[in-house]
Ligand binder design. Structure first.
Ligand SMILES: Cc1ncc(COP(=O)(O)O)c(C=O)c1O
Length: 370
């Protein structure tokens, strides 16, 4: 069989996802005294006990298919956001929403615009659909080039993807920039406003909450994978004009998210104390990391999300640093797939995780300079 002849060109060009090292693998290979997994922007504080209880209850019903329209969760979210239930679609993580959007609105060969250093999941899902993605270089301050994106959107693009705050840079579009973007992009071009890190950013004065600036062509994405700590369950959602949602219901997979995911997300929404504590930890951890980096002359990008981007001198130093830290039990993410090969993304973890990071950093630099 000639497998090659079966694979469409756009799939041939995609690279399979390379998963980070698991805790078990790192333990087996390097036997560190502690492992701190700071590679995937998960919530290192865990998840709400209220959600844990809901999962236990819901597990009594897993012989049945999940509710295909996540009715209870949708109703609760519609109240929370003061929108109609018809404006909301719930999927297995927000990456699944991105996939649904690409499946629904694109034919192969059509155009999308985004930045050259943003969430890799968008590049992949657009690539799967055969979409040509124009990646506008980020500015020297690691921010989106709003005018560049608007200009490209006017040249026959069908969709603009923006993560705000952005991953992996942790930077954000200010209110003025966001308004300029949504006003500047033609109204028949869709915009994805991906707010995966909303909970960390929501209190920042100049951060534009996309819900406060709704437009018919804007699809807002949120997730339970970050501050809510439910990444392993896979639940996220989109808020958009009901006519867009109606079209997307045609291409989504019927039975997602799972029963457990729906129940956990529903319950987690009640535990605002857990979110507050998680956000406080990240804010404190970020400040501490900035101080540490300043003391050691490390370059980094200031962030309003749950990770900080460290800038290395070159790609080779980034590879070496990530590997040396791994050997110390600190799992980090190099950001070459996101378009930044000389950078490393560090998720803000617990106090112990961050002490482990600092101590390991000192051990490594001692090794290098002694
Ligand atoms: C900006 C952004 N959007 C979406 C996602 C996907 O999140 P999930 O599919 O877990 O909801 C991520 C995950 O890292 C992200 O960083």
């Amino acid at each position: 069989m000639n497998i090659d002849s079966l694979i469409p060109e756009n799939i041939k060009h995609l690279k399979p996802y390379v998963a980070g090292r698991t805790i078990a693998e790192v333990m087996e290979v390097y036997r560190p005294t502690r492992i701190s997994k700071l590679a995937s922007n998960e919530n290192r504080m865990g998840f709400s006990p209220v959600a844990a209880h809901a999962i236990a209850e819901a597990s009594k019903y897993i012989q049945d298919y999940p509710d295909p329209v996540s009715q209870k969760l949708r109703k609760k979210l519609s109240g929370l956001h003061a929108v109609d239930e018809e404006d909301i679609m719930i999927t297995a993580g927000s990456e699944s929403m991105i996939s649904v959007i690409c499946r629904t609105f694109f034919k192969a060969g059509e155009n999308a615009v985004t930045a050259d250093a943003t969430f890799v999941g968008f590049y992949v899902q657009a690539g799967v659909r055969g979409v040509k993605v124009k990646k506008i270089p980020i500015t020297k301050n690691y921010k989106f080039d709003v005018d560049g994106i608007i200009g490209a959107a006017k040249e026959g693009a069908k969709l603009v993807y923006i993560a705000n705050p952005n991953n992996p840079t942790g930077t954000y579009l200010s209110k003025a920039d966001y308004i300029r973007l949504i006003d500047g992009v033609p109204e028949n071009v869709l915009i994805i406003a991906d707010e995966a890190y909303f909970e960390y950013a929501g209190e920042i004065e100049d951060y534009p909450k996309a819900m406060e600036y709704r437009r018919d062509n804007v699809i807002i994405l949120r997730t339970f994978s970050k501050a809510y700590g439910l990444a392993g369950l896979r639940v996220g959602y989109g808020i958009a004009h009901p006519d867009l949602i109606t079209q997307m219901t045609k291409t989504r997979l019927t039975f997602e998210p799972t029963t457990l995911a729906q129940a956990a997300a529903f319950a987690a929404l009640d535990d605002s104390e857990f979110i507050k504590k998680s956000v406080e930890r990240v804010v404190k951890g970020r400040e501490q990391l900035y101080r540490f980096f300043d003391e050691h002359d490390v370059q980094y990008v200031k962030s309003i999300s749950n990770s900080v981007l460290m800038i290395c001198d070159d790609d080779a130093s980034a590879v070496k640093f990530t590997q040396s830290m791994l050997e110390q039990g600190v799992i980090l993410r190099r950001t070459q797939a996101f378009g930044l090969p000389n950078c490393i993304r560090i998720t803000i973890g617990t106090e112990e995780d961050m002490q482990h990071f600092e101590q390991s950093y000192l051990n490594i630099t001692e090794e290098i300079y002694s």
